[in-house]
Every structure is written in structure tokens, then in C-alpha cells.
Ligand binder design. Structure first.
Ligand code: FPP
Length: 269
């Protein structure tokens, strides 16, 4: 099988995999980047070496998403539970994130990508928060791919934050509780303007959703990779897209209904 698994040149797109249907690439890909620690330990290295190598995968996957025309890429960079990790690992992750945002901003601008973040940013160290806010502000007018970093993020926390803001608006009479449906509720989530993920990738040979985008992944296709994140590169991403393109997305309908093009608003909205 021919493969285009080489890394792409940051200056220009690499050739595309001949079996990928460019018209049916997922609009939104979300990734749980797991396995950095194990990747390092397996090589007799300290865990932080895995996080550093993981940044290479971040670069390569962003380039691949650009080449395939993915509209939104959401990366689970730091979960709200990750605050409980050893202090040294947390501060190295924060440092890496800052360094990444500072050094990659030029390439992100070249891609025309827009950096966004979701999560409780107020818990980040001030310098990390400043780096995130700077990247978001600098790229705010870009019209290319949306590059969303989930930082200090938890899916349940996001739902609680949305419920709290909704309750406040109800108290102020801005919203009628009787009129709250799925669409209205979703408008209170962190990045309400973005489409739900079509494809959720998890690396690191685990089979959990780990509190990631709990509301938004209701109908996402799952691709679970045995690769540790530092080993998840363009070829693995292409395999995930091919896997996605083999699925039939039914959204609760029957195969016959999907073939006949029947679609209705589901849920309570
Ligand atoms: C999970 O691996 C990964 C993380 C907690 C952080 C992900 C961070 C990076 C890829 C680097 C920095 C990110 C950006 C966006 C610049 P793990 O440590 O849980 O691995 P393990 O399950 O093998 O212990």
C-alpha cells in the first residue's frame, strides 16, 4: 500500500494519502494524547522526556491536520486531574507549554491557524496563562484551522461551569428555564461556536474518555491507538482518518434511513 507517512514540510503541504477521501475528512478531530510517561520509562528516561518528545507529535499532527483540511483540532494538553501529579512534572508541563506557544507562534501564524483554549485558565501559573492569552490574541483574526488547547480542562467541570452561568442568566431573567433545550444548554459551553468532534483519537493503549469533552463527544467516532503519543505521527493519523472513513455514522438512525438521507433533529432540542 502506498504511503505518504513522511512528515510534512512546515513551509508547504505534504502529499496526501491516496486512499483518504479528501471530501470526507472529519471537520473536528479531538485527541487524548496519552502515553508520554510510559514512552519515556520504556526507554529508561525520566517521564518529562516523554512530554518533550510528545511535542514533536503535536507539531506533526497539526501539520497533517492543515494538509487534510481539518477545521478544528482539539488537544487535551492538561486535564484538571493532572494538577495532582508530582509538582516537578506539573511545572515542566507548564514550562513546555509556554515554550511551545512562544516558539511555534510563527508557524501557527503561517498556517493561518487560530489558537483557542478551553478549561479553567485561572489555575495556570501567571506566565503560562500570559503565553496562552498572547497566542489567542495574536491569532484571533486568523481564518484557518482552529487549534484548541484543553488546559486545566475537565468535561464535568465544563458542564458545571455552563450550568452555573445558565442559572445566573435565569436568575437575571435573561433565559426562561422552561425553554432550556440541548441547543440552549450547549451555548453555555466553553467553545460553543465550534462543531462537535467527529473523531476522537486516544493514544496510549487505553480505552477511556477520561473526562474529555463529555457533552460534545456524544456522537464522535472513537479511534483507540496502541501507540504511545510520542510515536503517534502522520502515518498513525492517516490510519485514524482511514478508520473513520470506514465507519457509517448513523446518529441513532437505521442504515436504510442514512442511505435515504433522512435526518431529523434528535434529542430534546
Ligand atoms: C499524557 O501522558 C499526556 C499529558 C498529561 C500531557 C500531554 C502533553 C504534551 C503532549 C506536551 C505538551 C503539550 C503541548 C500542547 C505543547 P501521560 O504522562 O499520562 O503518559 P502515561 O499514561 O504513559 O503516564
Amino acid at each position: 500500500m502506498p504511503s505518504s507517512s513522511r512528515d510534512s514540510d512546515p513551509a508547504g503541504p505534504a502529499s496526501l494519502h491516496p486512499e483518504i477521501d479528501a471530501a470526507h475528512v472529519p471537520r473536528h478531530v479531538a485527541i487524548i494524547m496519552d502515553g508520554n510517561g510510559r514512552w519515556a520509562v520504556e526507554r529508561g528516561l525520566e517521564r518529562n522526556a516523554g512530554h518533550r518528545e510528545g511535542i514533536e507529535s503535536v507539531r506533526e499532527i497539526i501539520r497533517a491536520c492543515r494538509d487534510y483540511g481539518v477545521e478544528v483540532l482539539t488537544l487535551y494538553a492538561f486535564s484538571i486531574e493532572n494538577w495532582n501529579r508530582p509538582k516537578g512534572e506539573v511545572s515542566e508541563l507548564m514550562r513546555l507549554l509556554e515554550e511551545y506557544l512562544e516558539t511555534e507562534l510563527a508557524e501557527v501564524m503561517e498556517h493561518g491557524a487560530q489558537v483557542r483554549s478551553i478549561g479553567r485558565l485561572d489555575r495556570l501559573p501567571p506566565s503560562t496563562r500570559r503565553a496562552v492569552e498572547h497566542a489567542v490574541a495574536e491569532t484571533a483574526d486568523n481564518e484557518g484551522m482552529k487549534l484548541v488547547f484543553a488546559l486545566s480542562y475537565g468535561g464535568r467541570t465544563e458542564i458545571v461551569d455552563a450550568a452555573r452561568r445558565l442559572a445566573r442568566d435565569a436568575e437575571l431573567g435573561k433565559i426562561d428555564p422552561e425553554g432550556v433545550d440541548e441547543k440552549a444548554f450547549a451555548s453555555y459551553l466553553y467553545a460553543a461556536d465550534l462543531p462537535d468532534p467527529d473523531l476522537l483519537i486516544r493514544t496510549g493503549a487505553e480505552q477511556r474518555v477520561s473526562n474529555f469533552l463529555l457533552w460534545q463527544i456524544a456522537y464522535a467516532e472513537l479511534h483507540l491507538s496502541e501507540r504511545m503519543w510520542p510515536d503517534f505521527r502522520r502515518a498513525e493519523f492517516e490510519a485514524a482518518i482511514l478508520d473513520y472513513q470506514r465507519r457509517e455514522r448513523r446518529f441513532g438512525l437505521t442504515s436504510e434511513q442514512v442511505r435515504d438521507g433522512e435526518a431529523d433533529e434528535g434529542g430534546d432540542s
